[in-house]
Design a protein around this ligand. Structure first.
Ligand code: HEM
Length: 213
């Protein structure tokens, strides 16, 4: 009999994982040209600002691209069970790069577009990312894999804002909403919706082991 930890996940879960991984990879590829630090690749509205803040931008986008790419593989139960060393090393890379994403994001907040509402949304996102990633590390160091999974799901849901924020911008501007309105609302909705999904996905785990929070 196959152990519970390596049992095939239901089709819906696999399809969800695939959609998440493909969209995260696409957005990472779209953001990667930023790593050349060539101003021509920067968002036109912020070109001058980003050019003046290249180290923070490099820290932020460099971390974000790797965290987005690495995260999905950590959620595969079979890979975790069969290659635990790979899981641990990829996990270390994820923690470092998610932390760089949050810290770099915090450095960009004071020069963000459409203050104060949009940068405040990104600041909240950065703090939540740093806190959830640190809580996940703390949980596994204490030998608590259930709490580790819950916090890592939250952490990646927050990192996944790199995808949902851009989808939000595309969908709303295509529907005729102004860029500023789409940007300001997306700076909050882009991560709040992801967190709701994370809470839903981790509910059975929290219920099964009586984990709080
Ligand atoms: C912890 C999560 C994140 C936080 C707190 C955050 C925060 C920020 C902030 C404050 C800015 C400047 C916004 C402005 O100029 O108005 C920014 C820009 C940017 N971020 Fe993030 N971000 C996060 C995740 C990501 C991810 C996962 C990606 C992956 C692609 C990403 C890619 C970018 C890029 C490319 C820019 C430059 C502007 C653009 O082209 O959209 N960010 N981010």
């Amino acid at each position: 009999m196959t152990p519970a930890t390596t049992a095939s996940p239901p089709l819906r879960r696999r399809a969800g994982w695939l959609a998440m991984t493909v969209s995260a990879t696409l957005i990472a590829l779209i953001a990667a040209p930023y790593l050349t630090l060539d101003p021509d690749t920067f968002l036109a509205e912020q070109r001058a600002v980003y050019t003046a803040h290249r180290p923070a931008l490099a820290l932020h986008v460099g971390g974000a691209v790797v965290a987005l790419l690495a995260g999905p593989w950590q959620f595969l139960p079979r890979l975790r069970a069969r290659r635990p060393r790979l899981h641990r090393w990829t996990g270390r890379v994820y923690v470092l790069t998610a932390t760089a994403t949050g810290l770099g994001g915090l450095l960009l907040v004071p020069v963000g577009l459409y203050p104060p509402v949009a940068p405040a949304g990104f600041a909240a996102l950065a703090v939540l990312t740093l806190v959830s990633t640190a809580a996940a590390v703390r949980a596994i160091r204490r030998g608590d894999p259930a709490r580790h999974r819950i916090w890592m799901t939250r952490s990646y849901a927050l990192i996944f804002t790199g995808v949902t924020f851009r989808l939000w911008l595309m969908a709303l501007t295509a529907a005729g909403v102004g860029f500023q309105q789409a940007y300001v609302t997306g700076a909050w909705a882009g991560w709040a919706l992801n967190l709701l999904v994370a809470e839903r996905l981790t509910a059975p785990l929290r219920g099964a082991v009586g984990v709080r929070p």
